[in-house]
Design a protein around this ligand. Structure first.
Ligand code: NCD
Ligand code: ZN
Length: 352
């Protein structure tokens, strides 16, 4: 008889892709992220977007001020990013690097997702000098890897992005660090596993746990709608294999993207799943489903710091095997938000 592991002690993890928003929502969500993670790469898609180092520093101060209002606020570092536009000046990159606050630059193809109107229209045409500076200063490019061409099926946009953007980009800037954010396909996982040079990927809990049937099971389910959209089961299996493999190129990025209930449940609902509240429980469930809990620490706590040239965290966390019900809703900013896997039960609980 094999006795199932009852407790998991891991080096404290980091979230390499999270949306913390601003104002009242920030106030709520930052405590969830800081409870589980020591650090997080904070996405810059505010309105207006965070495009300068000065704005990133100011945003980091708002994050820390919001966290400080919580009693027993844990130690937490917000690693900031800049939002790349067609007009980002190349000299902003040296400033960003020198600040010690900005750790990456995010590429949103214009129109690809929430608040991406100011995004890049043609990367290699408009951003060559910026990419050159990033390569020189060793500042990673974080990529929302989907083409926006309306003739390309929404389920194929990531695979097409590899051919149309990723390959030419990597060819022109072979030493630029690139993180293929929230990969959702076998093509994405295969590309990252085998590409030459400094390439890595983040993977969300929803893409490890669900396939696209979740969006349509028994009716239209807006809380499973995120971008890039959930894909077929074969892609989910490929992502789970990549996340739990021996490769150090895959690491944790929740893409936790809060939108209050009413903004999801409407005629044109927002894209994004909220997972900051229970991120490690979700990832533990995914890793356990393929008997790979032993790979969780590398994915959650070791591979990300290695890629970003940062030390691993000194402290540890514990996950306990306990049936944990995910609430139907969470209070948020005088409103409510539906967490990922609402109403489901998971086998693990984050203890501290
Ligand atoms: C994100 C958001 O809401 O900001 N939404 C999402 O579905 N992931 C944007 C993004 O990361 O694409
Ligand atoms: Zn995101």
């Amino acid at each position: 008889m094999t006795v199932a592991t009852q407790q998991l002690r891991l080096r404290r993890p980091d979230d390499w892709h999270v949306h913390l928003r601003d104002g009242a929502v920030l106030q709520s969500v930052v405590a969830h992220t800081a409870r589980q993670f020591a650090r997080a790469i904070v996405m810059p898609n505010l309105t207006p977007p965070v495009t300068t180092t000065a704005q990133a520093i100011a945003y980091q101060q708002r994050i820390m001020a919001a966290l400080a209002t919580h009693t027993d606020a844990p130690d937490f570092t917000a690693l900031m990013t800049l939002y790349l536009t067609d007009k980002t000046p190349a000299d902003e990159i040296a400033k960003a690097k020198e600040s010690g606050v900005v750790h990456a630059v995010k590429l949103y193809p214009a129109g690809a997702t929430t608040n991406s109107d100011a995004g890049v229209t043609d990367l290699l045409k408009h951003c060559g000098a910026v990419l050159e500076a990033m390569q020189k200063h060793n500042l990673p490019l974080l990529v929302h890897g989907e083409v926006t061409d309306p003739t390309i099926d929404v389920f194929d946009r990531e695979a097409v992005f590899i051919d149309r953007v990723m390959l030419p980009l990597r060819k022109q800037f072979p030493n630029l660090k690139v993180v293929f954010e929230h990969i959702t396909t076998k093509e994405g996982a295969d590309y990252v596993a085998t590409a030459e040079g400094p390439v890595a990927a983040t993977i969300t809990p929803q893409h490890l746990l669900y396939n696209r049937n979740a969006i349509f099971s028994g009716g239209l389910r807006p809380h499973w709608y995120c971008l890039p959209i959930l894909k077929r089961e074969l892609h989910r299996e490929a992502l789970l294999a990549a996340a739990t493999s021996d490769s150090n190129r895959f690491f944790l990025g929740t893409d936790s993207a809060p939108h209050v209930k009413g903004q999801k449940e409407k005629d044109c609902g927002c894209a994004g799943c909220y997972s900051a509240y229970h991120a490690m429980e979700l990832y533990a469930a995914a890793f356990e489903s393929v008997g790979k809990l032993d790979r969780l620490e590398a994915f959650a706590s070791l591979n990300g710091p290695a890629f970003y040239d940062l030390p691993v965290n000194d402290s540890f966390i514990t996950l306990e095997r306990t049936e944990t019900m995910i609430p139907d809703v969470l209070d948020m900013a005088n409103d409510q938000i539906v967490p990922l896997a609402a109403g489901e039960s998971l086998n693990w609980r984050f203890v501290e």
